[in-house]
Structure formats: C-alpha cells, structure tokens
Design a protein around this ligand. Sequence first.
Ligand code: UGA
Length: 349
Amino acid sequence: MANRKILILGANGFIGSSLVWKILTDTDWEVVGADLSDNKITESLKNPRFKFSKKDIVKDRDWVEEQVKECDTVLPLVAIATPALYVKDPLRVYRLDYEANMEIVKMCVAHRKRLIFPSTSEVYGMCPDEFFDEYKSNLVLGPIEKERWIYSCIKQMLDRVIWAYGNHEGLQFTLFRPFNFIGPKQDDIKAPQEGASRVLTQFSHNIINGKTIKLVDGGKQKRAFTFIDDAMDCMLKILENKGGCADGKIFNIGNPYQEYSIRELAEMLVELVGEYPEYAENAKNAKIEIVPSEDYYGKGYQDVSRRMPSIKQAEEILGWKPATDLRTAMKLTLDYHLLGKDYELERAK
Ligand code: UGA
C-alpha cells in the first residue's frame, strides 16, 4: 500500500491511542501524533514511524497547521465526549469540540487534505427509528434547557459543514460515528472522575472498590456496545479507502448484535469481576441503587432510551462486520486493568 503520512490530533485518547497502535502494527504508514499527555501510547512511542509531540490544539495552532501541510490525511480526535461534562461545562465543550475543531476543518480545506472526522452516535439523539441510518434517520434533540444536547448539536453542525465543504469546495472527507466503543484505555478504572466517566469505567470502578453502582433512572435504557478492536478494523478500512470508497460518506461504527440495557451491563459486569479472586468478595457484595437522572447528572440531562446502529453502509461498502461480543470485550478490558494484560501487545507478538 502506498506510503502515507497521517496526522492524529488526540493521539493519546481512547480512539487515538488505539488507532495509532493499529496503524503502526498493520501498515507501513507514518503517523504524526499530538496530545497533552502520552501515558496510553508508551508502546507506540518506541516505533520510529510514529512522531509524537506534546501539544495543545488550541494554544499550538501554528504547529498544528504546519503538520496539516506536511501530512496527507488528518484525524482531529480531540474532544470532550463525556455526558456529565456536556451538562456541567457546556461552554468548554463548545470551545473545544466546536471552535477548535472547526479551525482544523478549515485547515484541511485550505491545504486540500483528506479529513476523517469523528461524528458521534449522539447526533441521532432521541431518534425513534429501530436502526439509525446515516442517510435517512432524523436527528432528534431536546429543548435548549436540556444542555446535554450541546455535544450532539455541535457534532451535527460540524457534520453539516464538512458535508457542505465536500459538496461545494471539493473537500475529501469521511465522517464516522462511534456507537458506545468500549475497551482498555477508555477512562481510567482506578481513578474515574465520579459521575464524569462513561458507564463501563464507572461501574467497574464502583464494583472493584466496594462502592454502590448507580443505575440512572433504573437502567432500562439500552446501548449497543462495540469493542474498540472491531472499531479499529473499520477505521483502518476507512483509512485505506480502496478505490475512494469512503470518500464523501458517513459510516456508523457500531455493533447491533450486542445491545444490552444498562442494568444488564451492570449485572454482567458484577459476574465478571467476581471471576478475579482479588475482587471476588467486593463483587459478591456489590450493591445496585436506582438514582434519578436529575440527581446524578443535573437538570440539563436527558437520556437516550435506545441507540441502535444500522451498519449496512460499513458492511456493504467497506466489507466490515464487528466480531466481539460484550462479555469478551469486558473481559479483555478487565484483564487489562486488573491483571495488567494487554491483548494488543499479545496479538502483535
Ligand atoms: C456517550 C457519550 O456521549 C459519548 O462518549 C459518545 O458519543 C457516545 O456515548 C457513544 O459512545 O456512542 P452515553 O451512551 O449516554 O453517551 O454515555 P455513558 O456515560 O456511557 O452512559 C450510558 C448510560 O449509562 C446512560 O443511560 C447513563 O445514564 C447510564 N449510567 C452512566 C448509569 O446508569 N450510571 C452511571 O454511573 C453512569
């Protein structure tokens, strides 16, 4: 495959760190990465095809523009993506997720670079469709006072602007929409910010530390969980872009075969943690409490009761299908955090 130089902003994030690893192990491409820290990419840093710099995309704008010029493909993965923060600090979300990222979109337009941009499953909001379709589903958001939707709305606007740049000014782009990715390196199980981590990290932390699991509004809401490794296979196909198949397209990246309610997720996790002798006692004594969403997140929160991706686009155009069930995904994640076992390193051997 022709050599490529890919810029990943947010290289130390959950998706960023996993993608850097995937590219370095499965291709011969070069990667230029930037982030505020590098704790999740220690192995990748050893690879001479990976050039990493500690940079802030807001403060180091000129540096970012230089890299955009040098690379052929740009993935701006820096964003706040935790629902508690949408409600607590919506303006921080707006400044980083919207303003800072829009700058980078414009750089890609100005320098004629390929842009692969993270949209989100959140853009569908409270869409009633059984399967969310990239081209047909309506994007349904709540009232303004429900501040949770600021993230969704920002991402939708970015999607629309990128789409327009593609149609009217020739920007080469692909939008991808992650659906509840889970896996090692998401948030830190040992030190989640209480109420500010995504659900799997929060529940794992609570179980291993003997704290009560809080089921928001009873936990009937459902999510379809996607193992990060499956997701990275899909990302690589988007990056490869055989015959330009991903250009100007939107792809849901999700696992419609692994839909569970949040209560089911909690119960399965308690069972799995019970298999680790060091934490078996805490798992046996795990308690589940139901809390109203207003108490847990605040007044500006509104939930999504069901979020199911259609992955027809990814299946038909990219030839991708997710392969990992939730139980296996959680087990690999727990092995990483509780036993220090890294499946990525094992596989790369
Ligand atoms: C998240 C984030 O918005 C984004 O990271 C991302 O775009 C999207 O998922 C995605 O990955 O598709 P959400 O699924 O609502 O949205 O986030 P979680 O924090 O993982 O919560 C899932 C569900 O668990 C929610 O219904 C929440 O109320 C519930 N929850 C969360 C609890 O019951 N207890 C907790 O302690 C934490």
